[in-house]
Structures are given as C-alpha cells and as structure tokens.
Design a protein around this ligand. Structure first.
Ligand SMILES: Cc1cc2nc3c(=O)[nH]c(=O)nc-3n(C[C@H](O)[C@H](O)[C@H](O)COP(=O)(O)OP(=O)(O)OC[C@H]3O[C@@H](n4cnc5c(N)ncnc54)[C@H](O)[C@@H]3O)c2cc1C
Length: 490
C-alpha cells in the first residue's frame, strides 16, 4: 500500500503553503530560510504546478511550460535558490516568426528588435526608442486605463504588422490581449524583449528536483498527494487547513492555488466582507492552452536553424480573438534540441496554442478523444512545413487541452496564467480582510509566468515573515528582500 502522504506530519506550523507551483516553492523556501516552520501541501504527485513535465515509454520527457523566460530569472534563481540552478539557465538564440505579414529571425533583444523595426519595417528609430522607453518605464501604479491597443496606436499608427511582432509573443507569454491595460503589457514586454529568451538546461524535472532538494534542506516539510480541502478561518483570522480530512493548525496560510478557488472553494465567501467578495467575483480567469507533444525517434534531430521558438500563424491579420479560435491558425513551436538535456539524443517538439475552456468542456469521452485526434493530425500537417516527413519521424505524439490543465493543477477552467489584471489587487488585499491569509499564485498577468510567479512568491514570503515577526517576536529576523517586480526582475 502507498505510504500515507501525511505520515509524521506535525499538528501545527508557522506557515502552511498550499500548492507547489514556482510561487509556492519559492515562498516556502524563503520562509523556511528565515527560520519559520513550513508545511507545503501539493495535491498532485509531483511538485512544480504548471512548471511540469511528463515521461513516456521509450525515454521521452516532455516539458510543458519551458518555452522560455526572461533574463531576470538568472538573478532571482541565484538570490532565492542556488548558484547551481542559476548557472543552468541558458539563452535561446534563435526565435522565429512566420506569418503572412512577415518572416523573421531574432535574438529577442532590444537591440535586435530596434534594428529590425528600423531596417525591415521602416519605422523611424526615434519612434522605436520612444516606444521601448515608454514600455520600460511603466509600473503597476501607472495609468491603468490605456489599453495595449491604444499604446500601439500611439507609437505605430496604422501598422498591424508591427503590432503583431510586438504583441504576439506576449499573448503567448501570458494570454494578454490588445484590450488589457497597457501597463500589464509594458512590464512583461520590457522583461521579455530586452535581453533575450532563456531556458533551463536539464529540463523542468531537473529544476524541480533541485528546488525540492533545496527547500527540504532548508527545513520545509513538503508533501505531495495532499490536497487541501478547506482553509479554516475564525473571527477574521486564519487558523489552519484540512488536508485528507486532517486539520493542521497554522499561524498563516499561503495559497498558491487559483485565486478564485482559494476564496470561493477553500476559504468560503462567508468569511470575507461583502465588498471584497464583489471585487473577487469580478476577477476574470485567464485563457487556457492546448498543446501537441511530438517526440522524434532517438537520434533524429531538427536542424537548429529551424529555431528554438517558432511563432507561426496562417491568419492574414493579427487579432487576439483568432488566437483563441478552435479553428487553430496560430501555433507556437518549441524545439527542445538534444543539447537542452545533456546526454540525451532526443529532439522534442511542443506545439502550443491559446484556447478557451468552453470549447473543450461538456463533450462525452468519445467526442473529446476524437477532437484531440483531429487537433493532433492538423498539427502534424502544420509542422510538416518546418520538419519534413514528420509523420515518419515521430516516435510518440499526444495532446493536452484546457481540461488536462484543470485536472492536473486544479486551475479553474484550466487557466494557464491565473487571472486577468484585476486579480492582482484582490490577491494583495487578502491578508487585509483575513488576518494571516495570503495568496502567491499566478495573477494579473504580471505575477505569472515562471519569473513573475517566483518573484511573487518572494514578495508574499516577505509579507508573511513580517506578519509572523509581529506574532512571534522570538523568530529570526528575515534577511530576504525583493526589489519591485518591474524591469528585469519580473
Ligand atoms: C501550456 C503552458 C505553457 C507555459 N509556458 C510558459 C513559458 O514558456 N514561460 C513562462 O514563464 N511561463 C509559462 N507558462 C506559465 C507558467 O508555467 C505559470 O505561470 C507558472 O508556472 C505558475 O506558477 P504558480 O506559482 O502560479 O503556480 P501553478 O503552477 O499554477 O501551481 C499551482 C499549484 O497549486 C496546486 N493546488 C491547487 N489547488 C490545490 C489544493 N486544493 N491543494 C493542494 N494543492 C493545490 C496545484 O496542483 C499546483 O501544483 C505556461 C503555462 C502553460 C499552461
């Protein structure tokens, strides 16, 4: 019989962290390093949340969300994790765009974007510089009325091709749209399109193994297969959680689960003031994703000039609604060349598409399986253009949908990037309405993605540390600090 996931668990901790996404792992590790007793409860049998992977017969390992992250990850990993983790981060040099408007290859740096916008798109250099400077100077407290679409119109009027180049990768990076506030676009854009796109040598499994080892070394009591059913609140103050039917007391609780699930499912709306619930009810979930995973036969490789990341679209124009359309016209391919996993002879290709939960919900098993099959076949047809004879070369292929993401992470409607922008204010307000209750999970576009989630974990860990310091004067003073989640840090 499998071991009891709660074997040896204490009756009480300073902090209980719900979930093990990058935000949770980083919060738990930071708090344990500060001397607090920490229990981490993850419902799945793996740590990592959306930073995950799966293995298939024949030795294939597929990464789910390791398409790329900004350079700031190196600094955050060194500061909040270990040098070994930071030193395993490598740059992806070959990012490609193929669509009816343009075809280009870039290193994804500000210099290269500036050069191509001037030379290839004929934009005046001063406009490009002004746009980059404006995006870079944005912060959360700025005007939230201007939309990303209006920002583009100001700097590049009548240039849908430029909008496509500058917007498409960010839509994939966090599901934002032209209608979202420009500030959410600007912050993520300047992080991503400044010094290139980075990946993790050794794969997601290696990263999460290193993180799990480090947090356990620092004293985190980390458990898998431990779904939290309830967050207990008494007289406006958190008292603990129930997992697998067991109540465990805690001075504070940090939820890394979906924000709406935290409030409405685990805590219960009766524990919050009515105006807070109104605000929380208005928080929209972000969109979800579909992916098709393809492993080439051992030893078969794709020429690296094909790209590390390839943004493709057959849509004549760029519209964010088209990116979510079930008739897929846009696919982003990640090519995981063998050098990303030293010692491996495998090349894996992952095709990702933004998707709506409603397009995959409510069908019977047979229809669902059939729809997935069609998606796989259409994707193989589409990949053929870049990887000739893909059908003969592929050793394993399968697909995931919004339902898959929902099943494995419990994100409502399979949301890939938590919530829309308004989720951030609600997430930050949680401890003001329930003492000791915090949220450190993907919200508001800015605090999502690998780097955003990790940095949010540190920000929240610092809040919890201050709270516990007041509640528990004997604890060791925290030495951690985080700079604002702007520029290359976010
Ligand atoms: C297809 C896809 C591709 C992506 N690609 C990239 C990319 O290339 N670059 C990038 O930076 N980001 C990418 N992302 C986004 C990125 O992976 C996430 O934003 C980030 O990993 C989220 O971290 P998090 O800390 O918010 O927690 P999450 O990863 O959302 O994890 C939440 C955790 O909470 C657990 N949980 C939920 N409820 C409970 C409960 N009741 N009890 C116990 N545990 C619970 C879940 O099981 C999960 O482990 C991608 C996402 C998707 C879906």
């Amino acid at each position: 019989m499998a071991r009891d996931p709660l074997e040896g668990v204490q009756d009480e901790y300073d902090v209980i962290v719900i979930g093990s996404g990058l935000g949770a792992l980083t919060a738990a590790n930071t708090l344990a390093k500060s001397g607090h007793s920490v229990l981490l409860c993850e419902f799945h049998n793996l740590f990592g949340g959306l930073a995950t992977w799966f293995k298939r017969k024949g030795g294939h390992i597929f990464d789910i969300s390791l398409h790329g992250f900004p350079v700031g990850m190196i600094k955050s990993c060194r500061r909040y994790w270990t040098k070994e983790i930071a030193d395993s981060i490598i740059q992806l040099k070959n990012i490609r765009f193929e669509n009816p408007m343009f075809s280009l290859q870039t290193t994804f740096t500000r210099e290269d974007f500036t050069r191509q916008l001037v030379e290839k798109f004929g934009i005046a250099k001063e406009n490009v510089v002004a746009f980059f400077d404006a995006a870079r100077s944005m912060n959360f407290y700025d005007d939230q009325e201007t939309t990303a679409g209006e920002l583009f119109e100001k700097y590049f009027p009548g240039r849908p091709d430029v909008v496509r180049l500058l917007m498409e990768p960010i839509v994939y990076a966090n599901g934002s749209t032209l209608e979202d506030p420009a500030v959410s676009y600007g912050i993520v854009f300047s992080n991503f399109m400044s010094k290139g796109v980075y990946s993790f040598r050794g794969g997601t499994d290696h990263l999460i193994d290193l993180m799990a080892e480090e947090m356990r070394k620092n004293g985190v009591d980390a458990r898998t297969r431990a779904e939290v059913e309830k967050i207990h609140i008494e007289n406006g103050r958190v008292t603990g959680i129930t997992t697998r039917g067991k109540f465990i007391r805690a001075k504070s609780v940090v939820s890394n689960a979906n924000l709406r699930a935290t409030i409405f499912k685990m805590a219960g709306k009766e524990n919050f003031p009515a105006d807070f619930i109104d605000e929380a009810e208005a928080v929209r979930l972000n969109s979800s994703s579909c992916q098709v995973y393809m492993a080439l036969k051992p030893g078969d490789t794709v020429d690296e000039s094909t790209g590390d990341l390839l943004f493709t679209s057959t849509a004549k124009e760029f519209r964010t609604d088209l990116l979510l359309d079930p008739n897929i016209s846009s696919r982003t391919y990640s090519f995981y060349h063998p050098h990303l996993r030293p010692g491996s002879d495998r090349c894996l290709i992952v095709s990702s598409t933004n998707a709506k939960y409603s397009d995959w919900d409510g069908m019977d098993r047979q229809e669902y399986k059939q729809r997935k099959k069609v998606m796989i076949e259409e994707t193989l047809d589409a990949v053929e253009e870049y990887v000739p004879n893909i059908r003969e070369r592929v050793a394993h292929v399968e697909a995931s949908t919004p339902k898959t993401f929902e099943k494995f992470t419990k994100h409502l409607m399979g949301a890939s990037f938590g919530t829309k922008f308004e989720g951030l204010a609600v997430s930050r307000k949680l401890p003001e309405v329930v003492e000791g209750l915090y949220h450190a999970g993907s919200v508001g576009i800015i605090m999502s993605g690998w780097l955003g989630a990790m940095n949010y974990g540190v920000i929240v860990a610092n809040d919890v540390d201050s709270y516990l310091m007041n509640a528990k004067p004997e604890s060791v003073l925290s030495s951690t600090s985080v700079e604002g989640n702007t520029s290359e840090d976010s």
